[in-house]
Structures are given as C-alpha cells and as structure tokens.
Design a protein around this ligand. Structure first.
Ligand SMILES: [Zn+2]
Length: 167
C-alpha cells in the first residue's frame, strides 16, 4: 500500500514511500515532531527501515504537505476492510464507536496557500487558517492484544477542513 502513495513532485529525489515509512515510525514510537525524528538521523535503524538515509525535517514536512489524498484514502480503506474481515475491529460494548475531532492550525495574517480558509476578525484584519477533521474508529481490544486505533479518512489537500469519508 505504501508504494502506491504519491505526491505532487514531478521528479522526486526522495520517494513518497520513504517519507510515509518515516512518519509511521514517528507515530509508532510516539516521537513528538518531525524535528525530533530528524534528531535520530544517525541511528542505523533508518538505513535498514528505509533502504536510504533519513531526509531532513523540512523535506519530510514539504513532501507530506504535497501528498495526494486519494491513494491515501484507498490505502486506509484497504486496511479497514482487511481488519474488519479478519474480525480485528470488534465493537465496543456492542456499539460501533468513532470519535470525530476538529482542530484549527496554521493561522496567519500574512501568508496563505491555495488550501487556506479565511475569516475577518473584529479588528477588520483577514486571517488565513486551516482546519483539520479527524475521524477515528474506537474498537474493543481483542483478547491479549491492544485495541487497534484506525483513522478512517484523510482530508483533501486542496480543500482544507473538509473530510472525505474513506469508507
Ligand atoms: Zn494555507
């Protein structure tokens, strides 16, 4: 699934798959940021996990920001289908439960991008910002294993704040 993920670069020197694998390591190891990840660049693990050296935090962030949402959603859907079929996503106390959470990020009065939302604040200034919405499935834990926490969709890159269901 990771090899099918793409971004908007025309001649990439760093593969999208490498970046996704690095970000998964951030998630699994609970590192707090891409900068924290970049501080581990000299660790031998990266050469074996990525088959290449780890790139800088700036490159990771830039490549992630340009990723295509469609293949990512398809990948999430693929993982969900497999887990559901294998009964690895049991209901929580007899209910299918999901948590919906929204955040605003990247507010600025000076800079904006094609995905920015904008609002006028009481002083009359225009503020540019992004909204992110997350939908996470909460399952019971199968016997002797931790519960799976699965994000169900990814926001469209060009339409910040709008959630497109992956299921
Ligand atoms: Zn923006």
């Amino acid at each position: 699934m990771i090899e099918g993920l793409t971004d908007h670069r025309s001649l990439p020197r760093i593969s999208t798959a490498l970046v996704v694998k690095a970000v998964l390591a951030v998630y699994w190891s609970r590192l707090g940021s891409l900068n924290a990840l970049a501080m581990t660049r000299s660790v031998k693990f990266w050469k074996s996990w990525l088959d290449a050296p780890l790139c800088s935090a700036d490159s990771l962030g830039r490549i992630i920001a340009g990723m295509e949402a469609g293949p990512l959603r398809q990948g999430i859907h693929h993982v969900y289908e497999r887990l559901k079929r294998n009964k690895a996503l049991p209901d929580l106390h007899g209910l299918a439960v999901a948590v919906l959470d929204g955040h605003e990020t990247s507010a600025s009065y000076r800079r904006c991008c094609a995905g920015c939302l904008k609002r006028t604040i009481p002083s009359g200034q225009t503020q540019f910002y992004h909204r992110n919405v997350t939908l996470m499935l909460l399952c019971a834990s199968p016997r002797d294993r931790p519960a799976v926490r699965l994000l169900l969709a990814a926001p469209a890159r060009a339409r910040a704040g709008r959630l497109s269901a992956g299921l």
